[in-house]
Design a protein around this ligand. Structure first.
Ligand code: SF4
Ligand code: F3S
Ligand code: FES
Length: 250
């Protein structure tokens, strides 16, 4: 009838200590890992902490690691595992644990605040912004981000490297710099060179792990990080060509 018991290991603990706890949980056809976590809460682990909201892959809340792979709990179907496989669920490794599967992701909020916001050219009022469709499309892909932070959690620059967190904005926020850099009306300044000099773009050695885990399939590395690296080099050597292009495109 499509129901079986599955062996789960779920990390339980807080910021001081924790361990993997074994559970045998009922799994029904069509279920996702978040369903199983909810079943645990309803049965033998009432106080199991997990963050979630939409159960539709859109809120970005339910990020965790399943068998060591960063995933959304609500978008990981149980039929991707064999019935006799042990399914291990642990909190995101790059951020401090609050309790069980819930981590403190404030690193990302700090990084978000460090990115200078969109700066319109002087003398242009909000109602007067005009841009070409082609310029809208260029950064449209980046707007699909649901801020799940799976990319931030996965990038080896900060995963297990607490010491790099200060200097490295992470793929999600370097992508935000790219988005604004591609905006024809952004008058903030040279975002590519700034990404390199102030937000740690140079730490990225294009391993593409960020792109691999993105649930929105955003080509973070190819479409945001690599172009920004190329521009940072070009503009450093020829800042006038860049400025000319920017003015011309307006
Ligand atoms: Fe998540 Fe992708 Fe946004 Fe990174 S870029 S936070 S992986 S949706
Ligand atoms: Fe990290 Fe992605 Fe670059 S994983 S190293 S930001 S390509
Ligand atoms: Fe919203 Fe999983 S619960 S993305």
């Amino acid at each position: 009838n499509g129901t079986h018991l599955q062996h789960f290991k779920v990390w339980r603990g807080d910021d001081t200590k924790g361990e993997l706890v074994d559970y045998a949980v009922e799994v029904n056809e069509g279920e996702v890992v978040l369903d199983i976590i909810h079943r645990l809460q309803a049965t033998e682990a009432n106080d199991l902490a997990v963050r979630w909201n939409c159960k539709a892959g859109k809120c970005g809340s339910c990020s965790a690691e399943i068998n060591g792979r960063p995933r959304l709990l609500c978008m990981t179907r149980m039929n991707t595992f064999a019935e006799n496989e042990v399914v291990t669920v642990t909190p995101l490794r790059t951020f401090p644990v609050i309790r069980d599967l819930v981590t403190d992701v404030s690193f990302n909020y700090t990084k978000a605040r460090e990115i200078p916001s969109f700066t319109p050219p002087e003398g242009v009022e909000p109602g007067e912004y005009r841009m070409q469709q082609v310029d809208v499309e260029r950064s449209q892909e980046f707007r699909k981000c649901i801020e799940c932070y799976l990319c931030q959690n996965t990038c080896h620059v900060v995963r297990d490297h607490e010491e790099n967190k200060q200097e490295f904005a992470g793929p999600r926020y370097l992508m935000r710099m790219a988005e604004l850099d591609m905006h024809p009306l952004d008058a903030h300044g040279n975002r590519a060179v700034e990404s390199q000099e102030e937000h740690g773009l140079g730490f990225c050695n294009i391993t593409k792990c960020c792109t691999e885990v993105c649930p929105e399939h955003i080509k973070i590395t190819d479409n945001a990080l690599i172009p920004m690296k190329e521009r940072a080099v070009d503009r450093k050597y020829d800042p006038l060509v860049w400025l000319g292009n920017k003015i011309f495109r307006r």
